[in-house]
Design a protein around this ligand. Structure first.
Ligand code: UDP
Length: 484
C-alpha cells in the first residue's frame, strides 16, 4: 500500500477496473497438472499475470530425523520468489515476508491434510513464484492444493484461496498489482470446500461492514476457483482411468500375440541339453558309468551352491554399483542431509557412551550405598569424618596461632604448647581405631566394639575441645581484649 498518484483512477465511472474486470470478478486462471516429472505431484498456475510453479514431494521419510513426528507427517511449505519475478529484483533466499507466507500457507493446509496417516514422514510443498503480480500467496495456495491432490496426498477436501481489497473506496475481489500498490486494503483468505476459513490476513484499514461484504465476495471467488480446480483434477484423473484400461487391454492382446513368437528360456535350455547328449554317445561306457557315479556321488547342491554364490556376488556388485551411483547422483542438499544424519548417528553413539558412563556412575553409587547400608562400615565412615573434622580444626588453629603470634608472642607460645599437646594426642586416637577396621575390611565386630566402648567418649570430648576454642569468636575476642 503506497500513496496513489493523484491522477490515477483505479475504478472508472462504469465500475470497471484497470484490467477491465468488475468488482466481483477474479482474474482469468490457467492450470496445468503434473508438469514436474520428478515431483510426486505438481502444478503450474497462471492467475492474471502471476505465474506459479508448485512441486509436492512425499509422504517421504522426514530428514533430519529430529524433525519427525511420531504420530503424523510433518507438513513443510516453502514459498520462494524468484529474483526475476518482480519489477525490482527480489533478493534471493528466504526473507521475513517469504517465511511468513510459508507459515500461514502451511497452516492453511493443516486442517485438511490427513497427516496422521503418515507418521515420521514429511510432506514437502515447494512454491516457486516465477512472475508476481499481487496475490501470489493465494495463487500459490490454489496451485498447492492441486499439486497435493496430484501427489495423492489424502485430504478432506481442496483448499481454495482468494483476496479481496478496497480500491478507490470500493470493495473489490482479487486485487492486481496496481490495486495492491495503490489500494486502501488487501485481505487474503483461504477456505475449505465447506467454507471454513483456514487463512485470514489483513493489510490496510477496513470497517466491519466492509469486511463482511468482502468475505461475501471472497466466498463467491473461492467457489469459482474450486470449480476450476475440480474440473482440472477431474480431467487428469477421470479420463486416464478409461484410457489406461484400454491401453492395458491393448498391451495384453499384444502380449498374447508375441508370446508364441518369442523363444522361451525353457526351450533354449532343452536344446542345449540335446546338443550335449549327442557327443556323449561317442564316450566309452566306462566314462559314462563314472560320470553317472560322479553325478550320483556329487550331489546337485554343489551346482546350486555355485549358482547361489555367483548370484550373491552379482547382486552385491549390483547393489554396490547402485549405491555408488546414487551417492554420485545425490544433490548437495541430500549430501548435507546425509552428513547431518551421520553426525546425528555419531552424536547418538556419544550419547550412548554418556548413558553408559551414567549407568556406571549409578552402579558405583549403588555399590557405595550398599556399603553405607552396612552398619559396621557406617562407623568406619564416621571415624573418617571425625578425622577430617579434626584435621580441619588443626589447620584452623594453626592459622589462628599464626595470627595471634603476631599480636602477642608470649601468650601464643603458651597456647601453642597446649594446642600442640592436643594435636599430638589427636592423630594417635583415631589411628588406633581405624587400623583394625581397615585390616578387617571394615566388617570386624572388634572394631565396632572398640568404637562402642564408653571409654572412647572422653577422647571424643577432648578432640572437640580445640574445635570449640577455634570456632568460638567470643573467646578469640577475649583473647584479643586481654592482649590489649
Ligand atoms: N512484490 C514485489 N517485491 C517483493 C515482494 C512483493 O514487487 O519483494 C510485489 C509482488 O508483485 C507481489 C505484490 O508485491 O505480488 C504484493 O505482495 P504481497 O506481500 O501483498 O503478497 P501477495 O499479494 O503477492 O500475496
Amino acid at each position: 500500500m503506497s500513496n496513489k498518484p493523484e491522477n490515477l483512477t483505479l475504478i472508472t465511472d462504469d465500475g470497471l477496473r484497470l484490467d477491465g474486470r468488475r468488482a466481483d470478478e477474479i482474474r482469468p486462471m490457467k492450470i496445468e497438472i503434473g508438469v514436474l516429472s520428478r515431483a510426486d505431484g505438481s502444478c503450474y498456475l497462471e492467475w492474471g499475470r502471476n505465474k506459479i510453479l508448485v512441486g509436492v514431494f512425499g509422504p517421504r521419510e522426514a530428514h533430519p530425523r529430529r524433525s519427525q513426528r511420531a504420530d503424523a507427517a510433518v507438513i513443510r511449505y516453502r514459498y520462494n520468489m524468484a529474483s526475476f519475478s518482480v519489477e525490482d529484483r527480489a533478493r534471493p533466499g528466504p526473507s521475513r515476508r517469504s517465511i511468513e507466507i510459508s507459515k500461514v500457507s502451511r497452516e492453511a493446509f493443516e486442517p485438511v491434510i490427513m497427516a496422521e496417516l503418515f507418521p515420521k514422514t514429511a510432506i514437502d510443498i515447494f512454491v516457486e513464484v516465477l512472475q508476481a503480480d499481487a496475490g501470489t500467496r493465494t495463487a500459490a495456495i490454489n496451485a498447492s492444493s492441486i499439486a497435493l491432490a496430484d501427489a495423492g496426498i489424502p485430504m478432506k477436501g481442496l483448499i481454495t484461496s482468494c483476496a479481496f481489497g478496497k480500491v478507490d473506496g470500493q470493495i473489490v475481489l482479487d486485487l492486481n498489482k496496481e490495486e495492491d500498490n495503490y489500494g486502501e486494503a488487501d485481505f487474503p483468505v483461504a477456505m475449505t470446500q465447506d467454507g471454513e476459513i483456514t487463512l485470514i490476513q489483513m493489510d490496510g484499514h477496513l470497517t466491519p461492514e466492509e469486511i463482511k461484504k468482502g468475505l461475501e465476495l471472497v466466498k463467491k471467488g473461492c467457489k469459482e476457483i474450486l470449480e476450476i480446480q475440480q474440473a482440472v483434477l477431474r480431467k487428469k484423473f477421470e479420463t486416464p482411468v478409461e484410457e489406461i484400461s484400454e491401453e492395458t487391454a491393448e498391451v495384453e492382446k499384444e502380449g498374447e500375440k508375441e508370446e508364441p513368437e518369442s523363444v522361451p528360456e525353457a526351450v533354449v535350455v532343452e536344446e542345449a541339453l540335446e546338443e550335449t547328449e549327442e557327443p556323449g554317445a561317442e564316450i566309452s561306457e566306462e566314462s559314462v558309468e563314472s560320470a553317472v557315479l560322479a553325478s550320483e556321488v556329487i550331489p546337485d547342491f554343489e551346482e546350486e551352491l555355485e549358482e547361489e554364490v555367483e548370484e550373491e556376488f552379482e547382486t552385491e556388485e549390483e547393489e554396490f554399483e547402485e549405491e555408488a551411483f546414487e551417492e554420485e547422483a545425490k544433490p548437495e542438499e541430500d549430501l548435507e542431509e546425509d552428513l547431518e544424519e551421520d553426525l546425528e548417528e555419531d552424536l547418538g553413539e556419544e550419547l550412548e557412551e554418556e548413558e553408559f558412563e551414567e549407568e556406571a556412575l549409578e552402579d558405583e553409587a549403588e555399590f557405595e550405598a550398599s556399603f553405607e547400608a552396612a552398619p559396621e562400615l557406617k562407623e568406619f565412615d564416621e571415624i573418617e569424618a571425625r578425622l577430617e573434622r579434626e584435621a580441619a580444626s588443626r589447620e584452623a588453629e594453626e592459622e589462628i596461632g599464626l595470627e595471634t603470634e603476631e599480636i602477642s608472642g608470649e601468650e601464643i607460645s603458651e597456647e601453642a604448647e597446649v594446642e600442640e599437646t592436643i594435636v599430638s594426642e589427636k592423630p594417635v586416637e583415631p589411628e588406633t581405631e581405624v587400623e583394625p577396621e581397615v585390616e578387617t575390611e571394615g566388617v570386624s565386630t572388634e572394631a565396632v566394639e572398640t568404637e562402642e566402648e564408653p571409654e572412647e567418649e572422653p577422647e571424643e570430648e577432648k578432640s572437640e575441645g580445640p574445635w570449640k576454642v577455634v570456632k568460638d569468636p567470643s573467646e578469640a575476642g577475649t583473647r584479643g581484649e586481654k592482649d590489649e
